[in-house]
Design a protein around this ligand. Structure first.
Ligand code: NAP
Length: 261
């Protein structure tokens, strides 16, 4: 049994839908005060409403992780409303596809600015408040794509997701004296609005390549994020957790065929 996270203040970037929504709802369900952050505030308000309707505590914030001013305002909003910040889930991310031959410098910059620099900006903005608490938790949403696997069209995305892991390893050392841990979840293919947009053919083929024979749920990722945020995970920092139904394990398509079942 884990100690209660009741009344801890938790910011989740990119939580109007998808994995972030799942994380926000999960933290809300265990009693955290959740700031639901997205560029389109209606979506954030919807999720904050879902959390409060279920008996939790939440508020929406219109924030853009590519903007330092916006991230500073986000951290201020949490502190003004609830007196501090205990947990940051740096989750906002985008995955537009472009093969190298067609990829423009602007395409590349946009993905890095959101996924990698956005992670940095969200963390930097929350650091003073996390430090003021005397301990803190940062959970970054990375991916298997980049750090472990590759997929045509996602060179920029893969670089951004691998970059997040390089970032957390040094950040973990720098933040250790403040008793702030930073870890990353690495989702495989998780059923979200974003993934749904890639089409049924993508979803079917992807399911067939996963040993557990299903796409992940947002709760699969939220549960792992929640674990990193617990008091019991206080001695874990700079680490990563793959949550992918075994997707990265088969050495070949033959290994999947041999599975049977
Ligand atoms: P999603 O369903 O498309 O949701 C993305 C969320 O991020 C939305 O709330 C979106 O809201 C927000 N967002 C996008 N750009 C933002 C910005 N500049 N500032 C603030 N919020 C922003 O995506 P998802 O599938 O849940 O992915 C979430 C994270 O998981 C990403 O980091 C992604 O790389 C990672 N991931 C996903 C999968 C998967 O299978 N789904 C697998 C591995 C890793 P607004 O548009 O309103 O801002």
């Amino acid at each position: 049994m884990f100690a209660s996270l009741n009344d801890r203040v938790c910011i989740v970037t990119g939580s109007s839908k998808g994995i972030g929504r799942g994380i926000a709802r999960r933290f809300g369900a265990v009693g955290c005060k959740v700031l639901v952050v997205a560029r389109h505030v209606e979506g954030a308000e919807r999720v904050a409403g879902e959390i409060t309707a279920a008996g939790g505590k939440a508020a929406a914030f219109q924030g853009d992780v590519t903007s330092p001013e916006s991230m500073d305002a986000m951290a201020r909003a949490a502190v003004e409303r609830w007196g501090g910040i205990d947990i940051l889930c740096a989750n906002a991310g985008i995955f537009p596809a472009a093969k190298l031959a067609e990829m423009t410098a602007a395409d590349f910059d946009h993905v890095i600015a959101t996924n990698l620099k956005g992670t940095f900006l969200a963390i930097k903005a929350c650091l003073p408040a996390l430090k003021a608490r005397g301990q803190g938790r940062i959970v970054v949403t990375s991916s298997i794509t980049g750090p472990i696997t590759g997929y045509p069209g996602w060179t920029h995305y893969g670089a951004s997701k691998a970059g997040q892991l390089g970032f957390i390893r040094t950040a973990a050392i720098e933040l250790a004296p403040s008793r702030i841990t930073i870890n990353a979840v690495m989702p495989g293919n998780i059923m979200t609005e974003g993934l749904d947009g890639l089409g049924q053919d993508y979803l079917d083929k992807m399911t067939a390549s996963i040993p557990l024979r299903r796409l992940g749920s947002v709760d699969d990722i939220a549960n792992a994020a929640l674990f990193f945020a617990t008091d019991e995970a206080a001695y874990i920092t700079g680490q990563t957790l793959v949550i992918d139904g075994g997707q990265v394990l088969p050495e070949s398509m033959m290994a999947l065929d041999e599975m049977g079942g």
